[in-house]
Design a protein around this ligand. Sequence first.
Ligand code: IVH
Length: 671
Amino acid sequence: MVPEQARRRAEELRREVHAHNHRYYVLDRPVIPDAEYDALLRELQDLEAGFPELVTSDSPTRRVGAPPLDAFRSAPHAVPMLSLDNAMDRAELVEFDARVHRFLGSEAPVDYACEPKMDGLAVELVYEGGTLVRAATRGDGSVGEDVTANLRTVRSIPLALLGPDTPRLVDVRGEVVMLLPDFRRLNREQEERGEAPFANPRNAAAGSVRQLDSAVTARRKLSFFAYGVGRLEGAPVHSHTQTMERLAEWGFRVSEHRRRALGTEEVAAYCREMEERRESFPYEIDGCVIKVDRLDLQERLAATARAPRWAVAYKFPPRQAVTRILEIVASVGRTGAVTPVAVLEPVGVGGVTVSRATLHNPAEVTRKGVLIGDWVTIQRAGDVIPEVVGPLVERRTGDERPFAMPDRCPVCGASIETPADEVVPRCTGLNCPAQLKGRLRHFASRRALDVDGLGAKLIDQLVDRGLVRDVADLFRLDETTLAGLERMAEKSAANLGAALRRARAADLGRFLNALGVRHVGEATARALAAHFRSLAAVMEASEEDLLAVPDVGPEVAARLLAFFREERNRASIERMLEAGVEISAPAKAAAAPVLVGKTFVFTGSLATMTRDEAKARVEALGGRASSSVSGSTDYVVVGEDPGSKAERARGLGVAMLTEQQFRDLVSAAGS
Ligand code: IVH
């Protein structure tokens, strides 16, 4: 009989581990450190070992790795992609070497090939006759996901092997990583778009490889490093080192920090050196991989079900440290996200002095049970801002106090709101200095008020010199002031002045979009404009009024209400009107009923128009264009070389149109 308590705990653990698996493998956004996840999984394994009746077929302990995403075809590996045993310290390296000797029955020192352990996503690339025919993720080791279309966009993956001496068939294995400069840029962009940054380069790489839309993968800069082969036919090699040399000749990037080492002394010295130098590499490494170099010896050593006996991964210790939280402050990001940040007694972690660490969001502060004054473990995961792992409860003195999120923005004083289904609180202030530059860039952008000539550099100058403190100040800038700015010729000042004057005659839809209320994008702004037909009506609308607009749900309504409730925002709009901004209602929509409220998704390339044009036509006729297929999609328009959206549409039974059928529909609707 299993005690009730154990049964309940096992159930709880299964649920938690499943949820973390999903966040980690499918969403690529883990919320807990790997070590905490490991502890949960281990607790479940222990429970199940004690009470085998508790094991269910869907228990997360019953499988290795993640399920392939439904949307990708599965790709079996001809030779399984095994994992590696770990060595956590020098003693375990010595143990590995001893086991190698035992198996080989020899005393002579073994030649090892040592390389950095790249921290990314393992993939396999199949080349037939020198041509890339398939790319797959590792998956569970025997079956991965077919990500050929995505990996073809990675520049460091040759589509055809180089050189006169290419093999008939080769499975090239290696790691897809995101280089640190590319990672930093991506996270900056994510932030600018108001999207959550990636926790580390590994998650960013994994998330990018598993994009359903390969155009997105192409924009994320990924790099591939080869570290081995599966099948290899028609290219004789005798050692791992030779394999790597051949891979380099065939056009692959291989680690420049590879080295041969004889015996454990040299291996340990190599590992030490890599650990010291890791900070200077442009990519993340989390250890070293030590491989028996000679292939004939590798064959004799062979593998267990899980891992080869001829290789081991030496894992670097996590970059953690213990220090005290002096204060927890609310920090406002460029998109208005308000993040609790721990101010720390400065401490060295992996060669870097850390004095601030993120607590992500208020829910995390509660979940981790962190108090101001606590001694905490912090860690540097990847290259991002260090994070607080958790408190050392036994070191509490009783003087610790809890953190409370302020309800007013510490930078501008506007209200802070946390939308119902989100965890990130945000400042609602239109003119919050923390967000002003981003707000202005959006305000002036092509799809908002389209102020030609007002670019990011100019906005920086205007804000940094205190010439613009409020969006409304834009409309009061005169040409003399503009001409006084750096790199501003008289002619361009005159042009910009004219552009700003033109922008004063604003269309209501564009103006609402320009305000940058979260979740109120172009389409929603246009729907609001068509419905209310005046700015005053939008500003005074009740929740009920707002919900009557197609395209507006409770979430968007809440954002609009919070934005217009804020006195500072109303005052700023008032100042814009005083400065001569005149907002015009849209012309009466002449939408034919057939497209109104219908959702379209486009896949593949269209021959007679760009995707933006097609979307614009749909929206002009009262329809909506969306980027993903769901149960509420009405039509999927299938162009040349359609992607997985077409398959998904077929699966969901959504109506599919050819380009010609789409054109007919649009012209019948009065375009
Ligand atoms: S060799 C059978 N070499 O580490 C040997 N793996 O658990 C297979 N990795 O996810 C791997 N750098 O993607 C090898 N230089 C390297 C590596 C490396 C990173 C990853 C690999 C896999 C994990 C092995």
